[in-house]
Write a protein that binds this ligand. Structure first.
Ligand SMILES: [Zn+2]
Length: 472
C-alpha cells in the first residue's frame, strides 16, 4: 500500500475527525479529568478494532491503543486536556462561552484527534497486509501540568517502542527540531504555630516568614546558576489575615534548565534553602514533588521523514473564509507578538507570514540545536525511544498558545489543520513501518546521542498522579 493510500484513508475520515475535534472543544476538561474527551478517542479506536488498555500510570484518563503484531512498533502521542479560564466562542473578540470556564487554548482538542486519524489510516494498511508491524496511539492526559507522559513512562508504557511521533497546533507547519527545558515542579509547605499577631506574637511561628526566607534565598542563589536556568515561583497559600500568625504557607516552584542533571542539582539546592528557612523560623517543611520532565531530543531521521511527508502534502488548503476569520483574529494580536513569533524563521517564510493571516506553507526545519523557553514531557519519551514532532498551522499568524484567539481558531479552521496533521503523522508512520532501515538508523542516532545517559524517571517512588493540580 502506497503512502498515498494512508492519506486517502485519513481523508475519508475528515468529517468524522472534525466532529470529534468539535466535540472535545465543546467539552473542555482540565488535566487528569478528561473523562469525556478521552472517551471520544477510545470509542473511535475501539470501533476500529484497536486493543485498548485504559488507566495507564494510575491515571483513569490515560490509555494505550494498539493494532497489529510484531516489530517495528511505532507510537503516536496524543493529548486532549484543556486550560483554565480560556473558554471562548468562535469569534474575533474576547467572548467566553462561560465566564471563567476552561477552554481549548492550546489546541489539544485537535491534537489527540489527529493522532487517532493517523492511527486509523495506518491500521487500514496493516489490515490489508500492505504494512507489517504495530501502530500504537498513546492517549496522554494532563500535558499542561507536565504529568501524563511522565507517569506513563514510569509505568514502562513507551519501553518497547522503536520510534514515536507527535505534533502540536501552531501558527506554522514545520518539523520541530529545537530542544526544550527539563523541569521540576515542587511545592514546599511550611507548618508553624498560629497566634494573635499583636497580642501574643512571641508564641507564634510564621510559616509565611519561612516562605519569604526561602524565596529570598533563591533570589541570592539565582546569581550563581547557569544563565540558561529558569526558576520561578508562586505563593499559593500565605495566611488568612494580618492579625493571625500564619500557621501554614505554601510556595510552588518550577525549576528548569536545558539538561535533566542540571535541574536535579538546582532543585536539591532549592530544597536545602527550604530546610534552612524552616530552621530559621522554627517551622517544619514538607516537600511535595508534583512532577518533572526531561529536555526534548529531536531524532534527525524521523524529523527528516516528517519533513519529506510535509513537502509531499504541501499546504493545509485553507479557503477564503478561513483566511478572513484568521485576518480578524490577527488584528487583535499586538504587532510585537507577531514579530516575535517570526524569530528564527527562514527569511522568505518570515516575510510571507508577516503579510498573511493564515500561513500553511510547510516551513523547513530550523532552529536546530536551540533550546526553546518551554518544557514538555514529550522530552521524557524522547529519551526512551527515537522521537520526532512537528507543528501544523492551525492558528492565525502571531497567535500565542494559551490565548482566547487560539481557542477560537481551534473551534473553527484549526480542524482542517488537524486533518492535515493526521496525514503527516500517518505518512511518517507509514514510512517507518515500510522501511526497516529508517528505524534502524533512527535507533543508531538515538544510541549515539544519549550515550551513557539513560532515562530515569524524575519522580520519587512515592509520587502519585496529582489529581488536585490543574493550573499550569
Ligand atoms: Zn499544548
Amino acid at each position: 500500500m502506497a503512502k498515498s493510500d494512508v492519506y486517502e484513508a485519513v481523508e475519508s475520515e475528515r468529517e468524522r475527525l472534525r466532529s470529534m475535534a468539535r466535540e472535545i472543544w465543546e467539552t473542555p476538561e482540565l488535566g487528569l479529568h478528561e473523562e469525556e474527551s478521552a472517551q471520544v478517542l477510545i470509542d473511535r479506536l475501539e470501533a476500529e478494532g484497536f486493543e485498548i488498555e485504559v488507566g495507564v500510570g494510575g491515571m483513569p484518563t490515560a490509555f494505550v491503543a494498539s493494532y497489529g503484531t510484531g516489530d517495528p512498533t511505532v507510537g503516536i502521542l496524543g493529548e486532549y486536556d484543556a486550560l483554565p479560564d480560556l473558554s471562548q466562542t468562535v469569534s474575533a473578540e474576547r467572548d467566553p462561552v462561560e465566564e471563567g470556564a476552561p477552554g481549548h487554548g492550546c489546541g489539544h482538542n485537535l491534537f489527540g484527534v489527529a493522532g487517532v486519524g493517523a492511527a486509523v489510516g495506518v491500521k487500514r494498511a496493516i489490515e490489508r497486509g500492505d504494512l507489517t508491524g504495530t501502530v500504537r496511539f498513546y492517549g496522554c492526559p494532563a500535558e499542561e501540568t507536565l504529568v501524563g507522559k511522565v507517569f506513563m513512562a514510569r509505568d514502562g508504557a513507551f519501553d518497547d517502542l522503536d520510534a514515536a511521533v507527535t505534533w502540536h497546533p501552531s501558527t506554522k507547519s514545520t518539523p520541530d527540531v529545537s530542544s526544550s527545558l527539563a523541569l521540576d515542579s515542587v511545592q514546599f509547605t511550611f507548618e508553624g504555630v498560629s497566634a494573635h499577631a499583636a497580642a501574643s506574637p512571641e508564641s507564634g511561628r510564621s510559616a509565611l516568614d519561612a516562605v519569604e526566607l526561602l524565596n529570598s534565598g533563591v533570589e541570592y542563589m539565582r546569581e550563581h546558576v547557569p544563565e540558561s536556568a529558569r526558576i520561578h515561583y508562586v505563593i499559593t497559600e500565605g495566611g488568612d489575615a494580618p492579625n493571625v500568625v500564619p500557621a501554614e504557607a505554601t510556595v510552588w516552584y518550577y525549576v528548569r534548565a536545558p539538561e535533566r542533571a542540571e535541574v536535579d542539582r538546582l532543585t536539591d539546592w532549592v530544597t536545602d534553602i527550604a530546610e534552612a528557612a524552616a530552621a530559621m523560623t522554627r517551622t517544619e517543611v514538607d516537600r511535595r514533588y508534583i512532577t518533572g520532565c526531561w529536555d526534548y531530543l529531536a531524532n534527525p531521521t524521523v524529523s527528516e521523514v516528517i519533513w519529506e511527508t510535509m513537502r509531499e502534502l504541501g499546504p493545509v488548503g485553507y479557503d477564503d473564509e478561513d483566511r478572513a476569520f484568521a485576518a480578524d483574529l490577527k488584528e487583535t494580536i499586538p504587532d510585537e507578538q507577531v514579530e516575535s513569533s517570526l524569530e528564527d524563521l527562514p527569511e522568505e517564510h518570515a516575510e510571507a507570514m508577516r503579510e498573511s493571516a493564515l500561513y500553511d506553507e510547510p516551513v523547513p526545519p530550523h532552529a536546530e540545536g536551540e533550546v526553546g523557553g518551554g518544557s514538555t514531557e514529550v522530552g521524557d519519551v524522547s529519551w526512551i525511544t527515537p522521537t520526532a514532532q512537528f507543528r501544523a498551522a492551525t492558528w492565525a499568524v502571531g497567535t500565542p498558545a494559551h490565548t482566547w484567539q487560539a481557542t477560537a481558531a481551534n473551534g473553527d479552521f484549526g480542524e482542517k489543520g488537524a486533518v492535515y496533521a493526521a496525514k503527516v503523522l500517518g505518512g511518517t508512520v507509514h514510512d517507518l513501518l515500510d522501511d526497516p532501515d529508517l528505524v534502524e538508523r533512527a535507533n543508531e542516532e538515538f544510541d549515539e546521542t544519549t550515550g551513557d545517559r539513560s532515562y530515569e524517571t524524575p519522580l520519587p517512588p512515592e509520587a502519585e498522579p496529582p489529581f488536585d493540580v490543574t493550573a499550569e
